[in-house]
Ligand binder design. Structure first.
Ligand code: BV8
Length: 261
């Protein structure tokens, strides 16, 4: 389907998605790096611009990589965090946050670590892959440190204020389990939501990528927003082709119209 704004098929798909959302009591919004692309944060897998296109994830986003070369991995994350810290939520984040005020229950399940959903006003956010805003010492004995807790240290990586080991970001690296509570909450929500709205994910990283499949198998209406078809598009009821920052405000306006809000 074309993403031309005047394409009648596109409007029909948008209205179908808006009707499903307007009627639902419980919505899960599943997001990936594409949801933050218009905030200036690079995605992972898009050719050329994707982070992994220029760096080998297995060299950067694994506990082994960090133990092999802590300063190298830390510097890569410090760069990424700098980009994300300077980023602002985009219209797509704000549209998702507005949905909370239109519908009885909206929960965001995100693979992103940038915190932009929360900054846009979403109050129920499950972070499947952790966050860039919290750090722990490398063996996990001391957790929950913020940037301010090591701002006075010059050494990179900084040291745990409690035990002196290297600190690491509280993100989920390849080969690491997802936070059990977050994964359990996301799976339970996916099995009980009436609509799952997917925004900006290639759907290739597991177990996160199985979340929309749980929703589908439970009978939810699944909507996919992406400029390209992705690995999850095939299991969706509605595919809204386009950038999240453009499609989502339109979609939420259509939901508002259906609700007479
Ligand atoms: C696990 C860290 C077991 C934080 C990430 C070999 C060894 C070990 C494991 C594996 C292995 N082979 C396979 C695995 C499993 C592995 C996996 O799935 N690998 C994939 C690559 C095949 N999974 C794991 O390792 C997981 N753990 O299995 O552990 C275990 C279990 C119990 C106990 C112990 C161990 C852990 C996975 C998490 C890895 N961490 N990130 C960080 O640095 O950010 S993954 C990384 O990928 C990010 O979290 C990212 O969010 C996630 C998913 O990517 P996307 O968000 O989808 O981003 P992508 O670039 O791919 O796509 C962007 C999309 O947006 C595109 O479709 C694009 O078209 C679209 N887009 C572009 N512009 C826009 C847009 N959409 C909307 N609007 C726009 N404007």
């Amino acid at each position: 389907m074309s993403d031309r704004l005047d394409d009648p098929r596109r409007d029909e798909a948008l209205q179908t998605a808006a009707r499903a959302l307007a009627r639902s009591a419980r919505v899960a919004v599943f997001t990936g790096a594409g949801a933050s692309k218009e905030s200036g944060i690079p995605t992972f897998r898009e050719p050329e611009t994707g982070l992994w296109a220029r760096y080998d994830p297995m060299r950067l986003a694994t506990p082994e990589a960090y133990r092999d070369d802590p300063p190298f991995v830390w510097s890569w994350y410090e760069h990424r965090f700098g980009v994300a810290a300077a980023a602002q939520p985009n219209p797509g984040h704000y549209a998702i946050a507005e949905l909370e005020h239109l519908l009885p229950q909206v929960v965001v399940i995100t693979q992103n670590i940038d915190g932009l959903h929360q900054r846009a006003g979403s109050s129920h956010v499950i972070e499947l892959h952790g966050t860039m805003h919290s750090f722990r010492c490398i063996d996990g004995r001391h957790r929950g440190f913020g940037w301010d807790d090591f701002a006075d240290q010059d050494e990179k990586p900084p040291r745990c204020p409690a035990c002196g080991d290297y600190l690491r970001p509280e993100v989920v690296w390849f080969g690491e389990g997802l936070p059990p509570d977050a994964l359990d909450a996301a799976q339970r929500l996916s099995a009980s939501c009436e609509v799952m709205l997917i925004v900006g994910t290639s759907g290739v990283v597991y177990p996160a990528a199985a979340i929309p499949m749980i929703a589908r198998e439970a009978g939810a209406t699944v909507i996919d927003v992406n400029p390209e078809r992705d690995s999850l598009t095939r299991l969706c009821d509605v595919f809204l082709q386009g950038a999240g920052g453009e499609v989502l405000p339109e979609l939420i306006a259509a939901v508002r119209a259906h609700l007479g809000a």
